[in-house]
Design a protein around this ligand. Structure first.
Ligand code: F6P
Length: 442
């Protein structure tokens, strides 16, 4: 510790997420830029508890060459022991050996809950350390509080406070590549595949990957397949969807299933259960691919590097303020702006979803995830239909044209696909104009 310098620690905790390295690098370098001492805490809360060689003073080069690396170079761990007060006392003692009283925690809701409790316990942990003569009264006076800024590191995008959390975008890329690959083999055999993606209590990855791969069906924990009284079961509905898709010329059928998906009664819907239902009702072979940890690994996407760098920088700036924030904060990206919110609020809003799911209040679960998710769900419902709605005779019909102009850009096909399907589904005619304005003139 350098005299009178601000000292901050940074750690990654819980499941690793691509982009954590970019965040750590930004925290370290921004802190050094602001003349603070910055310590890397290796292996998450486990390292904080162990102290010694796990808490290392960082220099500019400590974070060289990690920006493009997947996972977290400073290590992480799941550490249930951190719930225990005795463990937190050890951790506080280890921080104070270096004069650290500002902490940037990069992790999911469990890790951030740990940070919140650490912050609120800090004064009593220090008074116990004084009583046990492990620290002096002067040390306790010098560090009356522990400032905390959290960054949400989780591929699941399951914590309130950021439109996307660190690692989500990369995980979506992993899923996208895998489903695109599966699509070609499914197409060749006219097969149905069930692709299981991560997300124990959160369907974000499943929902978004259905949207971006044009898959045929999705199961998510927040919105189990509806079961109308007296109507067809979800199993029948799913099989009809696959059958009608085949009739309409779809050769490949892909079902995306979030690992935590359930039915309306809260009973798990496993890949095996879906496979069994399809095979017995459709009399065809179905294959399962469980993507697993491939989704979490590998080099971070451009967006994850970019967002994590901006948020890491923002976290360092905030925590080095004078005075530093007295209540723990989360820094996230919302509507392309860096925003700080109280960690408490973020955790309360996050647990509201799990609470709604456990009470089988699925409407509230979807709403608590934010309007955006519900909207995506509705768009998927529109796009996955094998055939459009039959036109209503009384309705006005328009003739629309679609034209691409200027330089081509990836994503134009996606936009065109949606425009065409929405127009047709609403009973309008839509005509494609080839070769931009030249084609229109000709
Ligand atoms: O929280 C991220 C996550 O990848 C979840 O999607 C998944 O359920 C869990 O972690 C897997 O955890 P572990 O790597 O400890 O098996």
């Amino acid at each position: 510790m350098t005299k009178n310098k601000k000292c901050i620690g940074v750690l990654t905790s819980g499941g690793d997420a691509p982009g954590m390295n970019a965040a750590v690098r930004a925290v370290v370098r921004s802190a050094i830029h602001y003349h603070a001492d910055v310590y890397i805490i290796r292996e998450g809360y486990k390292g904080l508890m162990a102290g010694g060689e796990y808490i290392v003073k960082a220099n500019w080069d400590s974070v060289s060459g990690i920006l493009d690396k997947g996972g977290t170079s400073i290590g992480t761990a799941r550490c249930p022991e951190f719930k225990n007060e005795e463990t937190r006392k050890k951790a506080a003692h280890n921080l104070l050996k270096h004069g650290i009283d500002r902490l940037v925690v990069i992790g999911g809701d469990g890790s951030l809950t740990g940070a919140k409790e650490f912050n609120s316990d800090w004064p009593q942990l220090l008074s116990q350390l004084v009583k046990e003569k492990k620290i002096s009264e002067e040390t306790a006076r010098k560090h009356p509080s522990l400032s905390v800024v959290g960054l949400i590191g989780s591929i699941d995008n399951d914590v309130y406070g950021s439109d996307m959390t660190i690692g989500t975008d990369t995980a979506l890329h992993r899923i996208l590549e895998a489903v695109d690959a599966i699509n070609s083999t499914a197409y060749s055999h006219q097969r149905t595949f069930i692709v299981e993606v991560m997300g124990n209590k959160c369907g974000y990855l499943a929902l978004m990957s259905t949207l971006i791969t044009g898959s045929d069906w999705v199961f998510i924990p927040e919105s189990p397949p509806a079961q109308k009284r007296g109507g067809p079961s979800w199993e029948e509905h799913l099989c009809d969807q696959i059958k009608n898709g085949r009739k309409a010329g779809r050769r490949a059928s892909i079902i995306i299933l979030a690992e935590g998906a359930t039915d309306y009664d809260g009973k798990r819907i496993t890949s095996e259960r879906v496979k069994h239902e399809l095979e017995s009702r459709l009399n065809e072979e179905v294959r399962i691919t469980i993507l697993g940890h491939v989704q979490r690994g590998g080099s971070p996407s451009a967006y994850d590097r970019n967002m994590s760098t901006i948020l890491g920088h923002a976290a360092a700036e905030k925590i080095l303020c004078d005075p530093p924030p007295d209540r723990p904060l989360i820094v996230g990206m919302r509507g392309n702006n860096v925003e700080y919110i109280l960690l408490d609020d973020a955790l309360v809003k996050t647990s509201a979803v799990a609470d709604a799911i456990s009470k089988k209040n699925y409407e509230r679960a979807m709403e608590s995830r934010g309007i955006y998710l519900k909207e995506i769900y509705n768009i998927i419902g529109l796009l996955i239909k094998p055939t459009p709605r039959p036109p209503e005779p009384t309705q006005d019909h328009y003739n629309l044209a679609l034209i691409h102009c200027g330089t081509q850009a990836p994503g134009m096909n996606t936009a065109a696909r949606v425009a065409v399907r929405v127009a047709i589904d609403n009973g309008h005619n839509i005509i494609g104009i080839k070769h931009g304005f030249d084609g229109l003139i000709k």
